[in-house]
Design a protein around this ligand. Structure first.
Ligand code: FAD
Ligand code: SIN
Length: 538
């Protein structure tokens, strides 16, 4: 089956939805999304969006905090772009109906690690849910936007799909092959422009705050089509996810305990109740995430503990319930009254700073292909993302891309490339061997968690690489002879993402931001470069 649209948006988180709303003013937009529309990392965002609105704050301060946190690797222009465009785009979100928390009519500002000022606007501790709700409402009432749920992009369509020998060096993206899960068939979606907004990679780790959709599909598709992929070694571990025994099942999502709690006065303690962050950083529990997560990891290893505590008991029950109703309820549901008891927490994979390399307008190295949000590497986050800068980055880059796409879409003819073949499923069979998929998935997660976590070494990375390559080859053989389904697509992408993370980590011969290696414990002042990998076989 063949479909045509002006713009194909892959993913329905903040990046995809906010872009689609803007692009619908001049083009027909089709959004495809892997599960239900709201299911995304965006939907689980708690802390909020960083932006300069307080009279005590300034663009310079937000820029400085972002650059400091990024450990020398942020692209300053990209940082300036998100900071300076933030307030205007927040106003637009409010016009679209997002209801942020207010105090006597004024937007309430929270604080998180690495921020020198209170600048996090939020909707209680359910900011992402509120943003998704409002954006989806606008999308639903927009005649120029169609949404196909339960549709997974498999691969991008570029010249390498139909010109084998003489594929030009400068390639175009003509859309994507898409798996319709409900009808169990593959569609050829042809588009003038394609926008990857598929979110993060957290699911390659055992313990992650990311939902099951976060399998790095867009980045994997981009790599297979020859896009440049950057800074994949910088995987951010959030210091505080709720610990409650073994959550290490197939697609488990760890419950986040927002950093905004530390912003409101919560402190970290070891299992015997002692504070420890003063030993690691003068900002204590409010130091940037890489520092706090490493400190927790170190304390847990030193004391042989499975978790540390977060103590919010200094706040009244009333205040906790008012500011963090979702976290309060969740903890109470497992028998923990956090106004009286410490919360057991552990670090969990949370955010991938790397992705498909993009310019300041979201353009990738492939013509007619854009990338936005967590799948992109814009240079904003450098070696470590500053808290609550991710939603902001997605908003600002979606806005910039929507302006460039208006010109681009008009310049591309209405004649869709007729040489694009439909999906060829010949020679594939339905297999009974699905147990292999869940076993492979768990193996990948084990390898990544054991060898490519918060603290790394050459020995561990090489061990991980050998194992991941073996699994990748097995999966590729299985993939070629098996009818496509979502789990298999995700598995194929997860193993590739793991491979890219390890390869990037091996390229970085220093410790910087989120990448810490015991073999190179120092930051190399001269090595201030992004790690870039591209697929030479296409
Ligand atoms: P997502 O919101 O993840 O959306 C990706 C979309 O792509 C989904 O709809 C998914 O189904 C779809 N998709 C994926 N693969 C495919 C495919 N193959 N085919 C079709 N569709 C596909 N950041 C902040 O700035 N502030 C916060 O307070 C904050 N809190 C967070 C709390 C949690 C628990 C988590 C997990 C993250 C948090 N983050 C926060 C990070 C932030 O939420 C994400 O980085 C951001 O929402 C990413 O938006 P996105 O649109 O790029 O991707
Ligand atoms: C949080 O609420 O702690 C998450 C914020 C973020 O990831 O930016």
């Amino acid at each position: 089956m063949r479909l045509k649209t002006d713009i194909l948006v892959i993913g329905s988180g903040i990046a995809g939805l906010s872009f689609a709303i803007k692009a619908s003013r001049y083009a027909r937009v089709l959004i495809i999304t892997k599960k239900e529309s709201a299911e995304s990392n965006t939907n689980y965002a708690q802390g909020g969006i960083a932006t300069v609105i307080s009279p005590d704050d300034s663009y310079e301060m937000h820029i400085k905090d972002t650059l400091d946190c990024g450990a020398g690797l942020c692209h300053k222009e990209a940082v300036e772009q998100i900071v300076k465009n933030g307030p205007e785009l927040i106003r637009e979100l409010i016009e679209l109906g997002v209801k942020f928390s207010r105090d006597e009519g004024k937007l309430e500002l929270g604080r998180e690690g690495g921020h020198s000022q209170k600048r996090i606007i939020h909707a209680k501790d359910l900011t992402g849910k509120e943003i998704e709700r409002a954006l989806l409402y606008n999308v639903k009432h927009n005649n120029n936007i169609k949404v196909f749920e339960h549709h997974s992009a498999i691969d991008l369509i570029t010249e390498h799909n139909f010109i084998r020998k003489t594929a030009p060096r400068k390639r175009n993206c003509y859309g994507a092959y898409v798996y319709d899960e409900k009808k169990n068939r593959i569609k050829t979606v042809l588009s003038k422009l394609t926008i990857i907004c598929t979110g993060g990679i957290g699911q390659v780790y055992l313990h992650t705050t990311n939902p099951a959709i976060a399998t790095g599909d867009g980045i994997a598709m981009g790599y297979r089509s020859g896009c440049r992929i950057g800074d994949m070694e910088f995987v951010q571990f959030h210091p505080t996810s709720l610990y409650h025994g073994n959550t290490e099942s197939d697609n488990a999502q760890a419950f986040l305990i927002s950093e905004a709690m530390r912003g409101a006065g919560a402190v970290l303690r070891t299992r015997n109740g002692k504070e420890f962050m003063h030993k690691y950083d003068k900002r204590k529990s409010l130091a940037p995430r890489d520092i706090v997560a490493r400190a927790i990891d170190n304390e847990m290893k030193k004391n042989g503990d499975d978790f540390v505590y977060l103590d919010i008991t200094s706040l009244s029950k009333e205040k906790i319930r008012h500011e963090f109703p979702n976290i309060y309820r969740k903890c109470l549901s497992i028998g923990l009254d956090i106004s009286k008891n410490y919360i057991p927490v552990v670090p969990a994979a949370h955010y991938g700073c790397g992705g498909i390399v993009s310019d300041l307008n979201g353009k990738t190295s492939l013509s007619r292909l854009f990338v936005l949000g967590e799948s992109s590497m814009t240079g904003v986050h450098g070696a470590n993302r500053l808290a609550s800068n991710s939603l902001l980055e997605a908003l600002v880059f979606a806005d910039k891309a929507s302006k460039v796409c208006e010109k681009d879409v008009k310049s591309i003819s209405d004649k869709y490339n007729s040489s694009v073949p439909d999906w060829d499923a010949s020679g594939t069979i339905n297999t009974e061997e699905w147990i292999l998929i869940s076993q492979n998935k768990n193996e990948i997660k084990q390898i990544m968690s054991n060898y490519v976590g918060i603290v790394r070494s050459n020995l561990r990375l090489h061990r991980a690489l050998r194992r991941i390559k073996l699994i990748r080859d097995e999966i590729e053989v299985f993939y070629k002879k098996t009818c496509v389904n979502r789990e298999l697509l995700e598995l194929r992408n997860m193993v590739l993402i793991s491979y890219l993370i390890i390869r990037s980590a091996l390229l970085r011969k220093e410790s910087r931001g989120l990448h810490y290696s015991t073999d190179y414990p120092k930051t190399n002042k001269r090595f201030q470069r992004d790690t870039i990998i591209s697929n030479k076989t296409v």
